[in-house]
Design a protein around this ligand. Sequence first.
Ligand code: ADP
Length: 504
Amino acid sequence: MLSSSARFSALALLAIVAPAAIVAIIGYVSIRQWEASSELLYREQARDMATMAADKVEATLRRTEDAFLDRVQAVLQSGALPASALDDLLAGTPLVRRLYLIGPRGELLYPRAWLDGDQAVFGPLVSPGAVRRIAREGKREVVASNHACLALLTQHGGEPVVAAFLRDPDTLRREILETTLGALESSTIIAVLDHEGRTVYSRAPIGDAQRVLSVGFREALPDWRLTVYQAPGASPRQAVRRQVMLFTGALGVLVAVIAAGIVATWRLMRRETEMARLKSDFVANVSHDLKTPLSVIRMFGETLEMGRVTDEGGRQEYYRVITREGERLSRLIDNVLDFSRIEGGRQTYSMTPTAVEPLIRTTLEAFAHPLAQQGFKVEVRVAADLPEVAMDADAVGQALANLIDNAIKYSGDDRALTIDARAAAGWLVITVSDRGVGIAREEQARIFEKFYRVGRSDTQGRRGSGVGLALVRHIAEAHGGTVTVESAPGDGSRFSLRLPLGGS
Ligand code: ADP
């Protein structure tokens, strides 16, 4: 039976743990793929968004500068070079901080003189050779850290003029970067870094946000980069990781619950199997216990009836044996009946104040014959000052009888029985000690279970049903007390029955 329950648990484990493991593996693999693809998707989206934002910045900057240059060109086309018109134009375009117009021979046409060392920046770029080169290539150029720009315009007569202008960094940040990037709808942090990696503009404080990627601008802001940051904890990888943890946790709980279920079922099955075995042992033991005294009574009765015992002394001995076996039978039947009443919840106890010593002595008297016959050294020690204790005297007497019966049954060569009764800390403590076979430590808790008998070798040949100690424990607990055992194999046992002195 046990091996079949072991097979059941192995099968159950296989049937439940294997699918759980497969689900776990599939879950793990798909989550890893999900993690990788969501990361990829996120990066692609971030790149698209960054490129679009960079294009937008570039276009706005270009548009503003082109509009300014168109107006300068218009002034140039008018023939004369009215400085005041250019001054007004400059004042109306905050993005352009300074403007210089340089003729084909490198001569400064507007304003009259270079300001603040601007010549050092533009001088080499607008030499006659450089002007010719710009005229030839005909394109705009951004030089000197993105703040200085060159553009080719034409004068009234068709002569080339180079417009060199300086951008205003504040206006660039405020009117171009802030208005373009600030309007973007995205939860990510966008920042613009200059050619030296300094943050020129950032949509939100970067703090310890993680850099995701960066894209470059084109001709209008070469060497500047637009960088995308991700706030800590908000990256898709971390979101997926949280999902993974949740999934793993849920799976762990599921597996633990299943495993607990299997263990519980297995234990239940084992208990049931054990109980079935114990019950069948119980029936066999009780039948045997009933048969033995009955056959003795019948045999002795028949012998007497046939008049085979002629002397009076012999007859008296036969009567005693019949009475003793009769008592043993009633004890056994009482045990079984009480046990079945307890099992059915029908047992009741009636508490009356009882003197302890007489109860012990009368109970012991019933065993006088076997004790004397087997040569037991009996010692009874009852404290003199014991008060009467509220108890069901029949039940406690029965519990004591079971303890004494066991002390006799499980005795060895050293036959001694000691009963000790005393009061201790509010309890009446009655101990029944023997020097018999003793009980192994691991069995001590189980001997109080119903039908339980210690391994067959020890109890073989000793009659018993396995309900005696279960009954003792029930009686003790019904009185609000306990029964405990101290024992070691070969050293004898000592059972202590504790009942509350004040009654229950
Ligand atoms: P049983 O009818 O088998 O005696 P009990 O419930 O009275 O049933 O006892 C349970 C088991 O406890 C016994 O089978 C025996 O192995 C062990 N036992 C009980 N009393 C003693 C004792 N005094 N010495 C050694 N073993 C004992």
